[in-house]
Design a binder for this molecule. Structure first.
Ligand code: FAD
Length: 432
């Protein structure tokens, strides 16, 4: 029997998982499982739900232990792809040969496993960008993974246990991750005593742009600025971090800021592996893609093997209307996965079914709805022109999370995880 054609998806984050699931379901429905296989590769055997990482970073050990937090923030791949014809390989991708159609992985048992592909989806996401700022990487905490979140939590708890009067926390980067984390830490470390907020922390956000949340709607920025002020979070804008020494951040204006904990949420860039590929990339190392989500080769005469798609944080897609790259958000990664999966299936159908005319789809960016939680049960949600804030924003955030869980897990499992998360995240607004 002839070798099966292989569709390999690299990265099982928001984009990669969606693409693999859609392609596998379609292959099954078209009765083509004897001719095509779907292979999904990720270094983790779980998917991380990044929108609640800030909650994991601010949950006391009394409220939830490591395993309880892991259960509500990460979803095991075995469970997510159960009953689907997907082969999952839990391994680090170490090299990709786009000319000959091979992926090189560091498998656990085998040192190098080669994965031949006929169709490839690159969905390896992004990593923290330290912009070569001296001392920053060595002295700061990041917030990209589940382990990052626990490291921040443990450091805060260690300092609180030492009985420090005030824990000084500097957060570099006033985008949504920095703002969410700042609000939640402040809420966590402050207690309301006789109408006066007494805090064991002083959280300061340092943002290089002239406002926090650059690029967001001014109405959202204003609401969040007010909220941060009420919580007691300090905000420094229009000044960037230039140098980091242990315990001290030196800004461009030469202002010095001391810290006990420095957290860097100031930017992301594509994973370095992407830079080794003969593909067009932009200044942050992201792959440039065409509307069909196909990666663009460095030169037009370069012959790449098979069909190569790129989605999510690893790619840069320029919005025709604004001329700017669309932001790296989960919603965009999922929409792009829908397009890439559909186009791969259309190509397969045109090969398998005589006279079938493929209906190739283009990705159309949209004004994605977003929700920014800032401390406890408070969030701002924007859906098109509608903006809501406060408890209602927080409730909507919970429902959006539930909706995502139901989309990847069996209904009752999704409900169980969501309710567990809800209980923990309501309790975790207080230290201890
Ligand atoms: C703290 C935080 C909060 C966020 N909150 C929101 C939010 O509220 N709403 C929103 O829309 N977006 C949010 N985002 C952004 C969102 O997480 C990303 O845009 C989204 O995850 C991008 O999806 P992706 O599939 O491109 O990459 P990812 O989801 O990052 O997936 C990439 C996958 O590739 C794997 N991988 C990487 N390199 C290798 C390798 N060499 N070998 C094997 N596997 C590898 C990783 O393990 C990962 O599973 C947040 C991000 C962070 C960090």
């Amino acid at each position: 029997m002839a070798e099966k054609q292989s569709i390999v998806v690299l990265g099982a984050g928001f984009g990669g998982l969606r693409a693999a699931v859609l392609i596998a379901k379609k292959i099954k429905n078209l009765n083509l499982a004897n001719k095509y296989k779907v292979v999904l590769v990720d270094r983790n055997n779980y998917q991380t739900f990044t929108p609640t990482l800030y909650e994991a970073a601010t949950t006391s050990k009394e409220t939830a232990n490591y395993f309880q937090i892991k259960e509500i923030i990460t979803f095991p791949m075995a469970e997510v792809i159960k009953n689907l014809p997907i082969k999952f390989i839990n391994s680090q991708v170490e090299g990709i040969d786009l000319i000959n159609g091979d992926v090189h992985c560091k498998a656990f048992e085998v040192t190098h496993e080669e994965l031949k592909f006929d169709y490839l989806v690159l969905a390896l996401g992004s990593e923290t960008n330290y912009f070569d700022i001296e001392g920053l990487k060595e002295n700061s905490f990041a917030l990209k993974t589940f382990i990052d979140a626990l490291k921040i939590r443990d450091k805060i708890l260690d300092l609180a246990a030492l009985g420090k009067d005030i824990i000084k926390i500097v957060i570099g980067g006033g985008g949504s991750t920095g703002v969410e984390l700042a609000g939640e830490i402040q809420e966590w470390l402050c207690q309301l005593k006789k109408d006066i907020r007494q805090c064991v922390s002083q959280v300061t956000i340092v943002e290089a742009s002239l406002t926090i949340l650059p690029g967001f709607h001014p109405k959202i920025v204003n609401k969040i600025q007010k909220r941060l002020k009420n919580l007691g979070v300090e905000v420094s804008v229009g000044d960037s971090i230039e140098l980091i020494r242990p315990g001290k951040a030196i800004l461009k204006s030469k202002r010095e800021m001391s810290y006990d904990i420095l957290i860097w949420t100031g930017g992301v860039k594509a994973v370095p592996l992407v830079a080794t590929l003969p593909l067009k990339t932009e200044k942050r190392g992201r792959i440039e893609v065409a509307g069909e989500m196909e990666c663009l080769p460095q030169s037009s005469n370069l012959k790449l093997y098979g069909k190569i798609y790129g989605i999510g944080d690893a790619v840069c897609f320029y919005d025709i209307v604004t001329g700017k790259p669309i932001p790296g958000v989960a919603r965009a990664a999922i929409s792009q996965a829908n397009v890439a999966a559909r186009n791969i299936i259309e190509q397969i159908k045109s090969i398998e079914f005589k006279n079938y005319k493929p209906r190739i789809k283009s990705y159309k960016p949209m004004d994605y709805p977003y929700i920014i939680p800032v401390g406890g049960k408070w969030a701002v949600a924007k859906f098109g022109p509608i903006v809501v804030s406060g408890l209602i924003g927080w409730v909507i955030k919970g429902l959006v999370e539930l909706n995502y869980l139901i989309s990847i897990l069996p209904f009752w499992k999704a409900m169980k995880i969501w309710l567990k998360g809800l209980r923990i995240f309501i309790q975790n607004d207080r230290l201890g």
